[in-house]
Design a protein around this ligand. Structure first.
Ligand SMILES: [Zn+2]
Length: 414
């Protein structure tokens, strides 16, 4: 499922910016304002992402997006609007960007006051939305979710495709664990960490991800890869693919690096929703931001409700970590185990499913680099991560049946 990105200026003649205070636009631009650099949308069957890229960050409290009902008299559809203080857009997008994907009619952007721009999303179909901001570059993101369309199938009742339907809208407690999204980190122009012998992280990530996909399919999981070749995905595209896949579990694959070449071993991360400043270096590298910008990420995290996914993510991380370290210890003797950790990762919090990030070793350590070069080693890793996901699925089933705690059930489930 690939995003259909829409860039640039919309065709003229789309809805006029009625309702926006355009009288102000003729006025001189006040000094010190930021600009709108680009507006992009990513369309999927039941989900559309709107991204407004800015030349500087905007200060937004909670989610200030306002939803307005359709106004038949003014011939205006149901819509969302959001004011962007300190941003100048002028008339550049006054014709609006048509989207017409079944969820959104289009996106408009205009100068609402001399120092505030207003983003309007004209809706066709709406269930809920979320808004958040990102840094590097500065962006405002609105994700709009539509109610899943009923599946008009000629198949007999009860033969519904288990990958479709509203499973991903269910609470995580009663969700079937069916679809796994595997996210091989980096790709294309972004090599990720570069290690001993010019080993590129992106290549190892992809190789392991493909092996893992095979192992999971053998366990009758449905698998979606965020990339299946050597291509660059920006973060908004990567996470939009995950979000649109209606996945139940998200696994991001990475390889670590350190200035200290003695450092080696495996780490499994899950999302940190608290303000803990651990693991900043790793988080910054995998997020593609500077360490000081991880704070801005934490603010975004605090605004999004991630606690439910976070609880399940910790359990998922523990299952995968246990199987990974046990399996490698059996096959390869000593495994350097750096444990289960919390970290603030964009790729993790932007997905609404339990999510982990596996750091499979250090490319900067001679022993790890040698192991990671070996297909046999990667196959063992893939098999063990898959086993961990299988145990997590079983644990959740048991929990659903008996109401017992996930982690207690875990020890009896080898
Ligand atoms: Zn990485």
């Amino acid at each position: 499922m690939r995003a259909r990105g829409q860039r640039g200026k919309g065709r003229a003649g789309y809805l006029l910016l009625a309702g926006l205070a355009l009288t102000l636009v003729g006025a001189e631009r006040p000094p010190g304002l930021g600009d709108v650099r680009d507006v992009r949308t990513w369309s999927y069957p039941d989900y559309t992402r709107v991204v407004v890229e800015l030349s500087r960050p905007v200060e937004l409290e909670a989610d200030p997006t306002v939803r307005l009902p359709a106004n038949a008299l003014a011939e205006r559809p149901e819509r969302l609007y959001l004011d962007l203080p300190g941003i100048w857009v002028g008339r550049r997008y006054s014709d609006g960007l048509p989207v017409s994907d079944g969820l959104l009619q289009g996106v408009r952007l205009g100068q609402n006051t001399r120092s505030t721009s207003r983003l309007v999303v004209d809706l066709e179909r709406y269930e809920h939305h979320r808004m958040f901001t990102l840094r590097s570059p500065d962006r405002v993101v609105i994700d709009v979710y539509g109610e899943a369309r009923p599946i008009h199938s000629k198949a007999k009742a009860g033969r519904e495709d288990p990958g479709k339907g509203s499973n991903s809208r269910l609470s995580m407690e009663i969700r079937r664990l069916h679809t796994v999204v595997i996210d091989p980190g980096h790709g294309g122009k972004d090599p990720g960490a570069i290690g001993i012998g010019d080993l590129h992280e992106k290549d190892i990530n992809l190789k392991l991800a493909r092996m893992l996909a095979q192992r999971l399919r053998a366990r009758s999981f449905k698998v979606v890869l965020t990339r299946d070749d050597d291509r660059f995905l920006n973060l908004e595209e990567r996470t939009a693919i995950a979000e649109a896949s209606r996945g139940d579990i998200f696994v991001s694959i990475h390889v670590n690096a350190s200035e200290n070449k003695n450092l080696r071993g495996i780490e499994v991360y899950y999302l940190d929703e608290e303000h803990k400043r651990h693991n900043l270096e790793v988080a910054a590298r995998e997020n593609g931001v500077e360490p000081e910008e991880v704070d801005a990420l934490q603010e975004t995290l605090a605004r999004l409700r991630v606690s439910e996914a976070s609880r399940y993510s910790e359990s998922l991380a523990r299952y995968v970590h246990r199987d990974l370290t046990r399996g490698l210890a059996q096959t390869y003797g000593g495994v350097s185990d750096l444990g289960v950790k919390k970290g603030p990762f964009y790729v993790l919090f932007m997905s609404s499913m339990p999510a982990i990030l596996v750091e499979t070793g250090f490319l900067t350590n001679p022993r790890d680099a040698r192991l990671l070069r070996s297909d046999t080693y990667l196959e063992v890793m893939a098999a063990q991560i898959a086993a961990g996901l299988g145990h997590y699925r079983n644990g959740n089933r048991q929990q659903a049946n008996t109401g017992s705690g996930t982690l207690e059930g875990m020890e009896n489930d080898s």
